[in-house]
Design a protein around this ligand. Structure first.
Ligand code: 1GP
Length: 246
């Protein structure tokens, strides 16, 4: 079964799904097993790997190890073409549709496509929409694109409709990793009212309650990354899964 189908099944059976983002730079190779085993046992539905920037430090070896230890689908969330790897089950094939920078709308995708084919990866087309979240995020800076104003839900809705008509399989509402404010429930509710394309919400989500509110507003998947990088927060993973699968 494709990863795309597995994700749709999660949404159909649980109402919404929980994806944990792993930034390879944040973990040493010998820490990977423990963290991935925690995710496996947490009730999460998938693991995303990637970042706007990966400095290196053996990222490919870490991704390989993540794939070996994971019992959940592993999905690449690439910040650029250099992050392509055979050590995943699929990738979110992203286009930054909120921006007007051709490199991140179609240029990098053209560079990546033959490599994706060569690696035999499942590409899940995803309309990536950056939403203003209080300060400039790495995703905003690296993509060289302006985020959608936080209080302009109608602009987000119009982008989401365009993404639906262009045939994207997912819409990703992204406040940016480590965002001060996550995407508002109002914006998630507005977007989900207008489109049936499943909506992933991520960036700056700090509590299970917040995740639950975003699911109530219509989010199909919730992504957390930073909040779990503090080892003292690892217990939160199960609470996120419970709140999201409410
Ligand atoms: C970033 O949406 C993800 O692309 C997760 O963000 O690290 O802030 O949880 P956080």
């Amino acid at each position: 079964m494709s990863v795309y189908q597995k994700l749709l099944d999660v949404k159909a059976s649980k109402g919404a799904g929980y994806l944990v983002l792993v930034d390879p730079d944040r973990w040493e190779l010998d820490q990977v097993d423990h963290f991935i085993e925690q995710i496996n046992a947490s009730g999460a539905d998938g693991i995303m790997v990637g970042s706007s920037i990966i400095l290196g430090n053996g990222a490919q070896a870490k991704m390989k190890r993540i794939r070996e230890v994971a019992t959940l689908p592993v999905i690449l969330f690439p910040g650029n073409v250099n992050q392509l790897t055979p050590h995943v089950d699929a990738l979110f094939f992203l286009s930054v549709v909120s921006g007007r920078n051709p490199q991140f709308l179609i240029g990098d995708q053209v560079q990546a496509a033959p490599i994706v084919r060569e690696l035999g990866l499942e590409a899940i087309s995803t309309a990536y929409m950056l939403i203003e979240s209080g300060r400039v995020t790495a995703a905003e800076f690296i993509s060289g694109s302006k985020p959608i104003p936080r209080d302009k839900s109608e602009i987000a809705v119009a982008h989401a409709l365009a993404a639906e008509y262009l045939g994207f399989k997912f819409i990703y509402l992204e406040a940016g990793s480590g965002a001060q404010q996550s995407v508002s429930t109002e914006m998630v509710r507005a977007v989900c009212k207008y489109t049936d394309v499943p909506v992933i919400v991520g960036g700056g989500i700090h509590s299970p309650d917040e995740a639950g509110r975003l699911v109530n507003a219509g989010a199909a998947f919730i992504v957390t990354g930073n909040v779990l990088e503090d080892v003292s927060n690892s217990h939160l993973m199960e609470q996120f899964a419970t709140a999201i699968h409410q």
